[in-house]
Write a new protein. Sequence first.
Length: 112
Amino acid sequence: MFSYDHQKRVDKRYTKQMPVRFGDNSMLHIGLTHDVSLKGIFLKSSRIYPPQTKLVIELEHAVGKKIRCEGIVKWAKRVPPAIARVALKNGMGVFLTYSSADYEEFIQSLQN
């Protein structure tokens, strides 16, 4: 198995904005993906969890289709609220520890 740092360099990232619901115990918060890969998601949100927090993430792909993932926050960056909407890196990098077959199919569809 690859370490997080090695995996980060191997997996291709795809810029894709999709609505998500997420949280540490229940999906109380909303955000957007900025980019996705097979093993990670950059999640933009005003709710930032600290590194090492385990998250449950539900992506809304297509009309009504939801994809569930689980992961660990690897890094987080919070910017001042006045510029949060335009700041590129206001959010969290999440390393996926679980993703469904639907997520893997979604990533494969981005490769085409």
